[in-house]
Design a protein around this ligand. Structure first.
Ligand SMILES: Cc1cc2nc3c(=O)[nH]c(=O)nc-3n(C[C@H](O)[C@H](O)[C@H](O)COP(=O)(O)OP(=O)(O)OC[C@H]3O[C@@H](n4cnc5c(N)ncnc54)[C@H](O)[C@@H]3O)c2cc1C
Ligand SMILES: *[C@@H]1O[C@H](CO)[C@@H](O)[C@H](O)[C@H]1NC(C)=O
Length: 514
């Protein structure tokens, strides 16, 4: 669900990118295709819209996402200011045979908002970041380009509203919500995408459509779970807003090194014991040996010892704990890991956490077995050479996430109890992109995943190993079904109807035919 505490740093301003000598290209334009740049240049620049090409000084900075591993080279980066400009740009790309890669917050784990290969048109939605609350219906209209921390802050200021999204402050609302969106109130309110009641989308032919349960219902199904980059550009979301008690509790329990496997077993038993849906937690098992459980409980502090009893009976008392009763926004601020104490600091949408990293995930519908814990212990025994951090985060799923049918939205993974996310990081936080990857780090996470996959298959008696599409991962076997399960064929059919020329494509996009 989130990352280790993030050292505050400022992204370097003068960056030089070294591109691959002959970058792989996603498309070869047909010989008679219209060239894209003159077409883009002809779009009126009203509202401060901006077009950058690789020779522009500002291009390398604009290309940067949260993961410095990626230096795919788009043909251009277009930052539109209106839906009409988006339509025109998409038409330019379609006519030129160029793939379109929308970007909201730039946190794709495989660099897909750069296109995932060179040669795409990146459309940066940072100017679509408005939030308009309608208190009479407890809904808001939100732009895809806003990041999570400023969104939470604005909703809170507008009437103490809560939106169940992720924890990382700089993740984009657009990418998060189109693929799922799991955070510290997930078991109470479900996924971010479960809050969506209507969207506006620009599709491959440049038309602008409303998408809801009654208008374009097929797209309403597909965009909620498989919406990241495959069907069009979502330019606005109408979402339901939630409210919580005036005081909630955020808590952190940690244990001395050496207790990780035992705490993990206790966590599994506790998670399987059907704890209140008012609590959502994650366990962070770090390769340094430390283990910590962090959580939010939408109730008073006095309930925590009873709530955690099944766990502490097995794990033993934590060596350290930090339990705080506060307003909801203070708890959300705590889980941004910025170390700030004033919620108004959440307004600053500047990404401060870019790094080199790779993530992977598996979802579990049963308690985490001793054998799985042994696989974790083996790989977490030490950090791979060259890594700055290597860890596994186990989120407690279930609750309201599982209250929706697996075929009601494109998000097929509705029956899980736990999600295990593997993460490895390398390079310091201010290092510029374009450095060589840490081969030992990439090898570590791949082997870790494949050992968990083998254990899962043996235990569950199936080849299919489910995973979370927002931790999108090229190492995952049969990602098509791992992410989308039985919804796959329907998603492909909807893609074929909506975008038959496959304008919206990247290495793990939904294809036009099976
Ligand atoms: C540091 C970090 C912390 C994270 N924490 C959490 C967490 O707590 N909970 C959780 O659920 N997930 C979490 N994630 C995963 C996150 O949900 C995904 O990485 C998500 O895809 C990021 O969205 P984005 O808008 O920032 O990324 P982007 O890279 O901008 O977009 C991701 C994908 O969606 C597409 N896309 C973006 N905007 C649009 C749009 N408007 N219309 C159509 N397609 C679009 C892009 O083309 C790309 O394929 C985390 C990721 C990172 C890197
Ligand atoms: C969804 O699944 C249920 C249960 O398997 C089934 O009854 C229903 O017809 C399905 N709905 C759709 C739209 O496929």
């Amino acid at each position: 669900m989130l990352f280790n505490a993030i050292p505050i740093s400022v992204v370097a301003t003068a960056l030089t990118l070294t591109y691959l000598a002959s970058p792989p290209t996603l498309v070869t334009a047909a010989p008679n295709a219209t060239p894209i740049l003159p077409c883009l240049q002809a779009i009126p620049a009203a509202g401060g819209a901006q077009l950058l090409t690789p020779s522009d000084k500002a291009f390398p900075q604009a290309l940067l996402g949260a993961d410095y591993r990626f230096t795919f080279k788009p043909v251009a980066i277009y930052t539109p200011a209106s839906v009409d400009q988006i339509s025109k740009a998409v038409r330019c790309a379609a006519a030129a045979g160029v793939a379109v890669a929308p970007r909201s917050g730039g946190h794709s784990y495989e660099g897909y908002s750069q296109g995932g290969l060179s040669g795409s048109l990146m459309i940066d939605l940072s100017k679509f970041a408005s939030v308009t609350v309608d208190a009479s219906t407890n809904t808001a209209v939100v732009g895809p380009g806003i990041r999570l921390a400023p969104l939470y802050y604005k909703l809170w200021e507008a009437g103490q509203y809560v939106f169940p999204g992720g924890t990382c402050p700089t993740v984009g609302f657009g990418g998060l919500t189109l693929g799922g969106g799991y955070g510290m109130t997930g078991r109470m309110f479900g996924l971010a995408l479960d809050q969506v009641v209507e969207m506006t989308i620009v599709t491959a032919d440049g038309t602008v459509d409303t998408v809801s349960a009654t208008q374009n219902p097929d797209l309403f199904f597909a965009l909620r779970g498989a919406g990241g980059g495959s069907y069009g550009i979502v330019t606005a979301f109408k979402i339901k807003l939630q409210r919580v008690a005036a005081k909630v509790t955020s808590f952190s329990y940690s244990w001395d090194s050496g207790k990780a496997a035992q705490v993990m077993a206790a966590y599994s038993a506790w998670g399987a014991s059907n704890p209140s849906t008012k609590v959502t937690t994650e366990l962070n098992w770090d390769s340094s040996g430390s283990v910590e459980i962090d959580g939010t409980y939408l109730g008073p502090k006095a309930d925590i010892p009873g709530l955690m009893k099944v766990l502490t009976d097995i794990s033993g008392a934590p060596s350290d704990k930090d339990v705080r009763e506060s307003t909801y926004i203070d708890s959300a601020l705590r889980w941004t890991w910025t170390g700030e104490t004033d919620p108004s600091t959440m307004q600053d949408p500047v990404p401060q956490d870019a790094r080199y990293m790779k993530g992977s995930s598996i979802l579990y519908s049963k308690p985490i077995s001793k054998a799985t814990i042994a696989v974790m212990a083996k790989h977490l025994a030490k950090k791979p050479a060259g890594a700055t951090a290597a860890y596994a985060i186990t989120d407690l799923w279930g609750g309201k996430v599982n209250a929706v049918a697996a075929n009601a939205t494109a998000f097929a993974r509705r029956n899980n109890l736990f999600g295990i996310e593997l993460v490895v990081e390398w390079g310091d936080y201010q290092s510029a992109p374009g450095k060589p990857d840490c081969a030992a780090c990439l090898d570590w996470i791949k082997q870790f995943l494949l050992d968990l996959v083998a254990q899962y298959r043996a235990e569950y008696g199936t080849q299919l190993v489910p995973a979370y599409q927002n931790y999108i991962d090229k190492n995952l076997p049969d990602w098509q079904h791992a992410y989308y399960g039985d919804n796959w064929a329907k998603l492909v059919a909807i893609k074929g109807k909506t975008d038959p020329e496959n304008v919206f494509r990247f290495p793990q996009s939904i294809p036009v035919k099976v």
